[in-house]
Each structure stands twice: as C-alpha cells, then as structure tokens.
Design a binder for this molecule. Sequence first.
Ligand code: FAD
Length: 435
Amino acid sequence: MPAPLLYANDSPGQYPKSWYAATAQALPPFPQLRGEQQADVCIIGAGFTGLSAALHLAQAGYKVVVLDAQRVGWGASGRNGGQVGSGQRQDQDELEQQYGKTQARALWDLALDAVTLVKTLIAEHQIKCDLQSGIIHADHRKRLVAHTRAYVTKLQRDYQYADIRFLDQHEIRHQVGSSAYFGGSLDLGAAHLHPLNYALGLARAAADAGALIYEQSAVQTYNKASPARITTQHGSINAQQVILACNGYLDGLDPKLAARIMPINNFIVATRPMSAVEQQSIIRARHAVADSKFVVNYFRFSSDQRLLFGGGENYSFQFPTDIKRFVQPHMLKIFPQLADIELDYGWGGTLAITRSRMPCFMRLAPNVFSAAGYSGHGVAMATLAGKLMAEVVGGTTANFDVMSQLKTPTFPGGALLRWPLLVLAMTYYSMRDRL
Ligand SMILES: Cc1cc2nc3c(=O)[nH]c(=O)nc-3n(C[C@H](O)[C@H](O)[C@H](O)COP(=O)(O)OP(=O)(O)OC[C@H]3O[C@@H](n4cnc5c(N)ncnc54)[C@H](O)[C@@H]3O)c2cc1C
C-alpha cells in the first residue's frame, strides 16, 4: 500500500502550487505504466535519488524503468530550499567521535564528491536551474560563535577545505540584514539552485540516456524474489534488481526500512519580487543562508528577485491549511522589517529524517537497495546516493558501503508507534530554539 502522505496534501498528478512549479521548465507528462514489462533495474521514486540512479544506470547500458506515484520531482526534490551544502548532515567533530578519523575523512570526501557531482551533472546536461555559489551558516546564539570559528579552522587545517571562512558579528550583519545573528561562516564551495528544474533536467537526461519513466504509477507491492516483481494499479515489472528511492514516502512499502525513517513536513514562502536595494538589505551578495536553529530557517533570493524563506515544520499527515500564515512568524523573527511584504506563494514538502541524522543506505536483499533519510541535506547527497546505488548494481560496492556502514537505528515505537514519540521529541527540541 502506498504511503498516505503521497496523497494527503496534493491533487493526484499535480505539482504543488509552489514558486518552483510556477517557474518550472516543464516536461511533457510521462505515461502511466500499463501491462507487464521486463527490466534489468526497476527504480521506485523519481526524485534526485531515483533519477540520478536511472541516469547513471541507463548510461551504463542497463534497461531501466522508473516508476513514480505522482510526477518526476514531485516529492521533496521539487520543493526544497535548493541549498547544495558541503559536508555531511552531521559535522566532522561528531563523525570523528563516532567513527574515527579515517572513516570521518571518507565521509567528508564523499560529501564533497556529492557537491561536485551536482555541479558536473548540471554542466554536462546543460540543466538550467539557476546554480549559484555560496551558503552562509548563521549562528542565532552568541554562545555558538566560538565553536563555529574553531570548526572553520578545523576544516581549513585538517580537511584542507579552503572554500570556507569565518564571519564575525560585524561581517554577518553586513551580509545578512538581521540582528538575529551573531556570527557564522561563508562557504563558497556550497551552492544553491532551483531544485525542481534540477530534477526535471535529471529526468530529461535519464530519458535521453534510455531510461523508461512512468508517472502516476504508484507501486502497490514489490518482492525480493529473483527476478523481483513490482506491481502498480495497471501494470507490473519483473526486474533483476530494485532500487527504492521513496524517501519520506516509504511507509507501507517496506515497514522494516520505514522504521528507520521519519517523515516530517517543512514549509517555504516566496515574497513578491523585491528591488535591488531591498534585496541587498536582506542578503548582501545573493548567497543562500541557513541558521543554527533546531528547526532551521533558510532563505535566499530567486532568479526573479523574490525572497524564498523556509521555516517551520510539522509532524502530522496534514500540512497547515494556510502555509503562508504558518511560515510568516518565522520570517518576521529574522526580518521584522518585512512585516508588510506580500507573500505570493506558500508550499510544503515532506522530507525524511533518521535518528542519527545521517542517511540510511541499505541492501535489503542481494538485489534490492535503498537510500533515504537525508535529514534535510539531500540535494547533493541524494544525487550521490543514486550514483552509488548504480555502482552497486554494477558490482562496485566500496563507496556505497562507506554510507551503508553508518548506524541508522530504528525510531522507538517501530513503524507504527514512532510517530507520536517523534512529535514529543521534536516539540521538545524546537522549544529549545527559544531558549
Ligand atoms: C521543504 C524542504 C526543504 C528542504 N531543503 C533542503 C535544502 O535546502 N538542501 C538540501 O540538501 N535538502 C533539503 N531538503 C531535503 C531534500 O529535498 C531531500 O533530501 C531530497 O529531495 C530527497 O530526494 P529523494 O529523491 O530521495 O526523495 P523525493 O524527492 O521525496 O522523491 C521520492 C519520490 O518517490 C515517489 N514515491 C514514493 N512512494 C512511491 C510508491 N509507492 N510508488 C511510486 N513512487 C513513489 C514520490 O512520488 C516521490 O516523487 C528539503 C526538503 C524539504 C521538504
């Protein structure tokens, strides 16, 4: 049974009414799967994970079928903040402590590969998705600034990462027009982009390479036989290998895996276009910004000069009925000067987190692979995950194994009861943002 979240907040087969969808370089719809087909690899889910896997596998000569319940890039991939962050979701201090320096280094290197992969795919396939460099990480508490300064020095010294620099209070307030921040860092190796156009570009490239893509083809059942059988309402696939790329919508498809992943909803608004002067008073140099709150605020300017501001999340099946009103207080806490600005768009998306906040890469059977749970850090990592799963299908496991060896424990309560427990925990942590 497909996850209820696939249908709870959107009309079937329609992209949400986001600024991204309004400015998408839309592709003609792909057909719905009808009848029975054979494939070397069946990929379930057409976000960054599934599309990158499809592209790499099709380029390597495999017969690939991609099935999406809705449209390509319809999930988190077409709705997110567009920030292509460097590093893993956990910082290197944490990773060194948990896994030792050698593995932490391997994880850092893979994360850099992920960012390079995104930039390379965009260049190779001429994907028009407004790629721009620079992410500012902004500290919302004075007490965090010393750690940020030390961490920047560590990345420069121990990881030879020269693209990052520390910003003191004076500099961050010059870069970001808010008194909410006390310091931070500027990472010019990181980037930001129009995520739906990036996903659509990947879909076009995968289709051009020979992948068969089907939309509005929700997978109802799959098994781990050889060949595996995957069924939708109107069709079925027999495939030698299966890749699950369903991220926040895994519930119902594989309960064992779903117990390691928790879907949460996060929301974004787009203001009216602003003048150059207004924009510079908010973000000086068109970098993206993400702050240090547990429920992160993230924002940047769009190619048509709107502030895209992400803030606020919820942990239920339903999005709030008025998303603009839900996000606005988060925006005004950072930019009270925007109290009167019109909000032209508001939309939500479902992402997946893990308990460790590191992604969950799994080999569920000798011929079934999954990657999910990027915990809000998936633009680059999901793209890489697709490539690493394509490598595993081809018999090269080294890089996939670096990720699959990470501990991603199940949420307490298992697939059924994990939700109420998560709500309690997240509410507690988000309250700490106010302290
Ligand atoms: C509001 C928001 C802001 C975010 N901001 C950022 C950011 O700035 N930077 C960053 O790095 N990350 C961010 N993320 C996270 C990032 O978007 C995700 O990690 C990434 O897009 C995951 O890609 P994916 O392909 O694994 O999943 P998705 O893009 O969610 O794709 C999953 C696909 O699987 C399909 N599917 C599910 N079940 C089935 C089924 N049974 N049958 C067929 N198809 C199925 C769905 O229709 C969907 O298209 C954000 C996420 C959200 C929601």
